[in-house]
Ligand binder design. Sequence first.
Ligand code: ADP
Ligand code: MG
Length: 262
Amino acid sequence: MSDSAKANYAVDVKNLTVYYGKIPAISNIKLKVQDGEFLGIIGPNGGGKSTLLKAILGLIPITSGSVNIYGKPILENRKLISYVPQFAAIDKHFPITLTEVVLTGCLKKGLSPFYKYSSEQKALANELIEKVGLSALAKRRISELSGGEFQKMIIARALAAKPKILLLDEPTASVDTTSREQIYNLLEELNKSVTIVLVTHDLLAISSHVRTLACLNRELVYHAEPELTEDVLNGLYGCPVDLIAHGIPHRVLKEHGEGHND
Ligand code: ADP
Ligand code: MG
């Protein structure tokens, strides 16, 4: 890799602070995400995880600091990022099929609702639907999808924009255990060609899939390989206290994390 390519992190967050009114949601965040990384971000509820993703995407005003995407401000490189929001703004009762939703991922902003998709776009949508394992449901109305199927559809839609970076906010929050594991396996597969930043509560599941892990509790308190030390788990840095409350054994990350850092 050339030096200039190395210098351009997929995401480079510098001294980022975001206030809502008078309250800081995230404070002085420094976070570099390398090209090809699979970063898991964990942290307590209200710790600022969704805020960080939205700030990276330029969806909310930042108070201070900066975000660069492959060396450029988000406005210039917005097309390189796709986002799977925590709450997808889709009415589940809208009479639309799974394929039609995935196709909307190809649309650029401002296109007419009467836009006719090209045969390439249709082929891409079918390919992505197959990739996420939903071919049998391609023509199904979205009101008839399970939580897990719905999330896989949203991931396929995000991929339809052919992103280099995929940001996902709690994609497994309301899905069953089988779908959850399928989604993580899918993300691991996608990570061969896409940089992934995944926000989740689901420490046990992500520990065996992500390459690096960060803890966010207003401040970024940890960012390294997915092995939490006792200090971190003890809440010394104020992050995974809720994990301890759930009785997760201290060494679990180390066992699962092995083999990811070759
Ligand atoms: P997480 O995703 O880690 O649960 P959020 O980023 O959603 O955390 O929220 C961080 C903090 O910012 C919380 O205290 C939350 O109540 C607050 N917050 C989030 N969105 C808004 C908003 N639009 N206006 C005011 N406060 C907000
Ligand atoms: Mg959130």
